[in-house]
Design a protein around this ligand. Structure first.
Ligand SMILES: Cc1ncc(COP(=O)(O)O)c(C=O)c1O
Length: 372
């Protein structure tokens, strides 16, 4: 998946801008009058659903404090982190494993269940961390299109889960559509499908969801079902570059996945994650900033009379009516990076929520692109 992203980044002429990205973290320190010109000089990253504010001050401090442990292989941080997540998710400690981002959990499951012709059912479009790996190791993916509301078609996915299928992938909320499936319906689906195959539920954006009908499928793991849930510190915690994610599953499933791991995460990232997961205020702040940016974006799109999919995440998929490759290129020329193409929605655009300053710059660039 990361390779797909990198390939897209490079082939879409963004490479020239990429060298400048490292400088963005310095922006926060600038006085207000210098902020706007500085933002204009660097590409605005609204293409990877990152948290534009980055890691919390507490996580940053914990990272620095962890250097003393960085000479050792066996820091207790990894176990402490797994125990913290287990406590917060109300599962036993041996039901959680820490990985280098949830992409690693997705890849491990893709490998374990997709190898040598393993069949997997997945929505389309969706995040390709797991399905891409299945294809790479010679497995087969049954793509099940989302419905006309861009919501996963669980009935169709259930019908496709026949004897040869080893894993069913659910992304809730789904990337790139931003939609959720109601918790009760998803639970019933998982109960049924997990009797025939392992159900993998990717909950990368779980913490952004404010709709009361949403449910985490960790409850299915707690009840002993054949279900794997993945979570990540990359999104609401703003730690995408530090690479921490989790798999939550029964110990027998975890052993199978962990047996295929190629490495393990680093102690600085683990210490940062411990601090961040203990900091509910930072998560609430990320959520409210995201809500504010989304409200602003919806206003712009309403004003432009463009259709969008109401989102439960930190990104929004909206209809431009123009080929995404052209919109992407034109936006990039104005210094704004937006999402890559998500077939079959080739005249839609996915944009991630940035800071309010970034959203305003996005809006003025986008208005110009649509007028051209
Ligand atoms: C649905 C989904 N799952 C997983 C990931 C990967 O996140 P991580 O940084 O934890 O590997 C992403 C990242 O964009 C995502 O959108």
């Amino acid at each position: 998946m990361l390779m797909n992203r990198r390939r897209w980044l490079v082939t879409s002429s963004a490479a020239a801008g990429a060298g400048l990205l490292a400088g963005r973290s310095a922006l926060a320190a600038l006085p207000k009058r210098e902020l706007e010109p500085a933002i204009r000089a660097l590409p605005i990253r609204l293409h990877f659903n990152e948290n534009p504010y980055g890691i919390s001050p507490k996580a940053r401090a914990a990272t620095s404090a962890a250097f003393g442990e960085s000479g050792q292989y066996d820091s207790p941080a990894m176990e402490e982190l797994a125990a913290l997540i287990a406590e917060q998710e109300k599962v036993p400690a041996d039901h959680v494993f820490v990985a280098s981002g949830s992409s690693e959990v997705l890849a491990l499951a893709g490998l374990a269940y997709g190898l040598a012709g393993g069949e997997v059912v997945a929505p389309a479009p969706t995040f390709e961390g797991l399905t891409g790996y299945v294809r790479a190791v010679g497995g087969y993916v049954h793509d099940v299109p989302v419905n006309d509301k861009m919501v996963l078609d669980l009935d169709a996915m259930d019908r496709r889960t026949t004897g040869a299928v080893r894993l069913v992938f659910v992304c809730n909320p789904n990337n790139p559509t931003g939609t959720i499936v109601p918790g009760d319906k998803l639970r019933a689906f998982c109960e049924s499908a997990s009797r025939r195959a392992v159900v993998f539920v990717d909950e990368a954006y779980h913490e952004f969801v404010e709709d009361p009908s949403h449910r985490s499928m960790v409850s299915m793991v707690r009840d002993g079902h054949n279900v794997i849930v993945s979570r990540t510190a990359s999104k609401i915690h703003g730690m995408a570059g530090l690479r921490i994610g989790f798999g939550i599953a029964r110990p027998d499933i975890i052993r199978r996945l962990q047996g295929l791991m190629m490495s393990f995460p680093n102690v600085l990232a683990a210490r940062a994650a411990i601090a961040s997961y203990r900091d509910p205020e930072y998560q609430a702040l990320s959520r409210s900033r995201t809500r504010e940016a989304k409200r602003y974006l919806y206003g712009v799109l309403d004003d432009m009379k463009l259709k969008y999919v109401p989102s439960h995440t930190n990104f929004v998929l909206f209809h431009t009516g123009k080929p995404i490759q052209a919109v992407h290129k034109a936006m990039l020329e104005k210094g704004v990076m937006v999402g890559r193409p998500f077939p079959p929605f080739m005249d839609w655009c996915r944009v991630s929520m940035g800071t309010m300053d970034e959203m305003k710059l996005f809006a003025s660039a986008f208005r110009e692109v649509m007028r051209a």
